[in-house]
Design a protein. Structure first.
Length: 487
């Protein structure tokens, strides 16, 4: 692609690309171009890009001819293969990034969205103060105007219902998810994994989720509604299904239950500050199992609240595993012969070889016959995981049974077998319910679900146990018995 640098006298102004997406828009493309306000050139360094998505008519030729005498520089591209609505946007945004634009404003070539509104939609990017990542022209901020502008009633109602459901699922407050009149900061787009997005019409929902999940700011401004004789290429029912499926997936991702790399940002997961000891959690069960005043080695160090509780409430001495210790290769240098408990929560799942780890642990504890190993592991046979597999879903998440850090997965039976083969004798097993308060908050609903889960887990632990907590003591190895016998 040829780089077309801005003139030196416009480099101090905001560089704006007006991106016109066109498909079979031969009859309207010239009018859309003529409606772009010339007053923009007084404030911005403007360039126009028309991308014809492999139309079957003369859209590209008409655009090229019209741009020859246009009031600002312009270019018309024609995709060699139809890219779809989302794919066409990807091409335009890549162009904007490679050409060094600051802002890209998306306009539709069929004239449905008024180019005359561009000065108003660009204005938030020139204000000081709050950084704006996207400005959306909304037809639904003044809902009656949408109907006056000719929006079909079924589309009006569908827009409101879908937007309301999506706001509830994603924790947003947008008046409209489905406008195609959008202005983006190019640096924001460049930081998003747009190549992973769909090429279909729900691309607009995915990019909203990416901006929100990455901590970006969206501003909405009212625009007029116009419905003429343009041809709609959207299958309404399929579109509704796609956006709701994507939004529901986004909700599960925000809860930390699912994982998708295109929505993986530091701000994605909505943190719920729920105390480990405010519900029947694994951490609380561990704390209840440890005698006051004990010497405890915490190999996982995954629950700092647990360590603090053991120190301050039970008078225990807690030794945390240093970050510099790679448990796949070594164990920390501690007084193993004096330990009362070794806590290994969320440790076995993260090992390259859980067998080698337990073998090393057993060797270190050879001369300490009183030490108790407390290990916990998620149950991959949990009914939700099984149900997901029936639906063809196997999604990793930031936490839980399929956490990204897990290298090994266990059922209750396979974990018990692992412990037995490694030379540990299980003296107590506790079946744990799913920590619903972590995802839903410490609400009545979450506590009710935990109560039902615990009841079902007692009847069918292999199916309804979310996690198992094992207390085990090591048995002497044949080698150690022989060595002592010789002495």
């Amino acid at each position: 692609m040829v780089v077309c640098p801005m003139n030196t006298d416009t480099q101090d102004r905001l560089r704006v690309l007006v991106l016109i997406l066109a498909y079979n828009a031969e009859k309207t493309i010239a009018d859309v171009l003529d409606r772009i306000p010339r007053e923009l050139e007084a404030t911005y360094a403007v360039r126009v890009l028309v991308i014809d998505d492999c139309s079957r008519d003369a859209t590209w030729q008409r655009a090229k001819e019209h741009l020859k005498t246009f009031w600002c520089p312009g270019e018309a591209l024609r995709n060699p293969v139809n890219q779809g609505y989302g794919g066409n946007q990807k091409v335009g945004y890549r162009y904007a990034a490679e050409q060094g634009f600051d802002v890209v404003a998306m306009v539709h070539g069929d004239g449905q969205y008024a180019p005359e509104c561009l000065p108003r939609l660009l204005e938030p990017f020139t204000r000081g103060g709050m950084r704006v990542d996207a400005v959306f022209g909304s037809r639904m901020l003044h809902k009656r105007d949408a109907l006056r502008g000719g929006m079909p009633y079924y589309k009006f109602l569908g827009n409101m219902v879908l937007t309301s459901l999506q706001n509830r699922l994603l924790g947003t407050r947008l008046s409209e998810f489905h406008t195609g009149y959008r202005v983006y900061r190019v640096s924001t787009l460049s930081a998003l994994p747009l190549e992973l997005n769909t090429n279909d019409f729900d691309f607009d929902t995915e990019i909203i989720m990416q901006v929100v999940f990455s901590g970006g700011t969206i501003v909405e401004l009212p625009i007029p509604t116009h419905y003429g004789d343009e041809v709609c290429h959207v299958n309404g029912l399929r579109y509704a299904w796609d956006v709701m499926r994507t939004s529901l997936k986004g909700r599960l991702i925000r809860m930390g239950l699912f994982y998708d790399p295109k929505f993986f940002f530091p701000h994605t997961e909505v943190a719920r500050k729920v105390s480990t000891f405010s519900f029947p959690s694994t951490g609380k069960a561990v704390a209840d199992s440890i005698r006051p005043g004990s010497l405890v080695l915490d190999l996982g160090c995954s629950d700092t609240e647990l360590s603090g509780y053991l120190r301050h409430e039970k008078g225990c001495t807690v030794i945390s595993c240093p970050d510099s210790v790679d448990l796949d290769r070594e164990l920390p240098d501690v007084p193993w012969e004096k330990l009362d408990y070794v806590v290994a929560l969320d440790v076995l799942e993260q090992r390259d070889s859980a067998e080698d780890f337990l073998a090393g642990l057993r060797e270190r504890l050879t001369d300490n016959t009183g030490a108790v190993l407390i290990a916990g592991s998620a149950n991959v046979g949990f009914f939700i995981t099984r149900f997901m597999l029936l639906l063809g879903q196997f999604n990793y998440g930031r936490r839980g049974i399929l956490a990204l850090s897990h290298k090994r997965l266990f059922t209750l039976a396979s974990l018990a077998r692992l412990m037995r083969y490694a030379g540990f004798r299980v003296v107590r097993r506790q079946i744990m319910a799913a920590p619903y308060p972590r995802a839903l908050g410490n609400t009545l609903l979450a506590r009710g679900l935990m109560a039902v889960n615990r009841l079902l887990a007692r009847v069918m632990p292999g199916l309804f146990a979310y996690q198992v907590l094992i207390e085990a003591r090591h048995t002497p190895s044949t080698e150690s018995v022989l060595r002592r016998a010789q002495r």
